[in-house]
Design a protein around this ligand. Sequence first.
Ligand code: ADP
Ligand code: MG
Length: 410
Amino acid sequence: MALDPLPTLHRIFGFPDFRGVQRQVVDRVLAGERTLAVMPTGAGKSLTYQLPSAMLDGTCVVVSPLIALMHDQLRAAEAVGLRAATLTSVDENRAETRGRFLDGQLDLLYIAPERASGGDFRDLLQRGRVAMFAIDEAHCVSEWGHDFRPDYRLLRPLLDLFPDVPRLALTATADAHTRDDILDQLGIPREGMIVAGFDRPNIRYTIGARDNTTRQLVDLIRATPGPGIVYAQTRAATEKLAAALAVTGRPTRAYHAGLDPAVRARNQADFVRSEDMVIAATVAFGMGIDKPDVRFVAHAGLPKSIEAYYQETGRAGRDGDPAVAHLFWGAEDFARARQRIGEVEAARQPGERARLQSLAALVETAGCRRAILLRHFGEHPPERCGNCDNCLNPPKAMDATQVARKYLSA
Ligand code: ADP
Ligand code: MG
């Protein structure tokens, strides 16, 4: 008889029901299958391994790329009463954690990918009981993906030591090419891929040429009550914007990795609590933040890729209420991006170039922005969404878009 996950969902997580494809994913894991789950940020990926970890005999080994993220996840898992630990170079209780694993006292064990190649670690796993593997941010295994981590390539030999243990790869950000690569790299069959819907119908996408960034942002902020995030390219730009945008009368803060950790943490905490704050941030901001009422996300320049754009704008309107995403770009953004591509190693250039082309198609289109986004993620959306700039105000003539095309083909 198949295991029924619903009672555990109610008892441990207190949610009345699964969302979207969660049930499908969990059922495959409980049936011992290999799975790739492609689910947008906020769709609830963690639950698809946390829940089985509470039901299955043994420990779920979770691979996660960032130690900071791991510690957030650890706290969240412990908060619902799961027995969890991290095994990383910064943990001082590693011996205790190994003991808990061997005694069968852990539901979840979080590790960084580089640990996977260690002989000691392989021995440890073989002496204990592994219930499943969860590979978070699985696009890191692909050179085609936007965030390749060579250490993720160390996982396959480890996974293959446990051929009968279910493996679940998770990602929010995989185009078709990257997905195929993840399946190959991690030994997951094609029928094991489950893709959730990517549409965020309450987000209104608007993309336009930049002339005076500060003035454009001030107009946007004045027109949009509620908390908002402005993404800028550099640390200096976030600080300049945070100061300049104060003319709107809204509380403003900067956020970037170079700030004093205490200041950074305070700015983030203030933002999460605030109902009207504007935070000017680098893309370091937002990971692991659960703030449902963000009303706008603005990009003061071209994001890194469509995936990054989707992920960053996806932080708006998680509560389902109307929200806006504004991107301001200039031809020089493309020039700079092309230059950067020229500097990366040759093997990665085709992928980077394709990513830039996709981004150009999005910003240049006179058609529906949402349709382009969703097609990028393999969906078949209607021709017009009715809730993006081009659907609401169809453009009359080509303008700045020609400039970007020139830069791309030069
Ligand atoms: P992801 O990793 O896909 O970005 P998370 O796992 O962080 O998403 O989950 C996002 C939010 O959704 C969390 O606050 C989580 O508690 C919530 N959530 C997950 N599953 C459900 C569910 N079935 N019902 C209600 N809320 C859920
Ligand atoms: Mg997650």
